[in-house]
Design a protein around this ligand. Structure first.
Ligand SMILES: [Zn+2]
Length: 157
């Protein structure tokens, strides 16, 4: 076996995109459940793709590699959602932020802190949790989503 693993670096042939491929949502969530956040990185234009996609949505290139993402980053935008989608209604108001990870990849998610405690530039770290631990209504999931973990951000200072 060579050190060039086509299933991790693209371009992909259709037969490479199996359910456990990191380029699919099930593969992405499997890794997240193991505590690994995967992004695609376009080697032509540098765009991060979270979750990974087999082709870059900025430039259309299929030269996409999988990169494990760091756990920490900072808030670049945030808001409070007072009437979130029904699965999250027990958690309202929900603080939602766009976070730029230390890699430069951007990811949107819930912050486990009141909006008053969050600022642009706040340091956060993500973690993956089971949906039922978080308080999300389990009946809102499609059957195949039930075991998919959710990510959330915690303030680290
Ligand atoms: Zn690109």
């Amino acid at each position: 076996m060579s050190d060039h693993d086509i299933t991790q670096t693209g371009p992909l042939a259709p037969e490479d995109v199996t359910a456990d491929s990191p380029f699919t949502l099930p593969g992405f969530f499997d890794a997240l459940g193991d505590g690994r956040l995967l992004a695609g990185r376009c080697t032509d234009c540098g765009t991060h793709l979270v979750p990974p996609r087999p082709a870059c949505y900025e430039c259309g290139s299929r030269a996409v590699t999988i990169e494990e993402q760091p756990r920490t980053g900072e808030v670049v935008s945030y808001t409070a959602v007072h009437r979130p989608p029904s699965p999250f209604s027990d958690l309202a108001p929900v603080t939602v932020a766009v976070v730029e990870l230390d890699s430069g990849a951007r990811l949107t998610g819930r912050v486990t802190a009141p909006v008053e405690e969050v600022e642009i530039g706040s340091s956060v770290a993500w973690r993956a949790r089971d949906p039922d631990e978080v308080g999300i209504d389990p009946s809102a999931h499609l059957p195949y989503e039930e075991d998919w973990p959710v990510h959330e951000f915690e303030l680290t200072r």
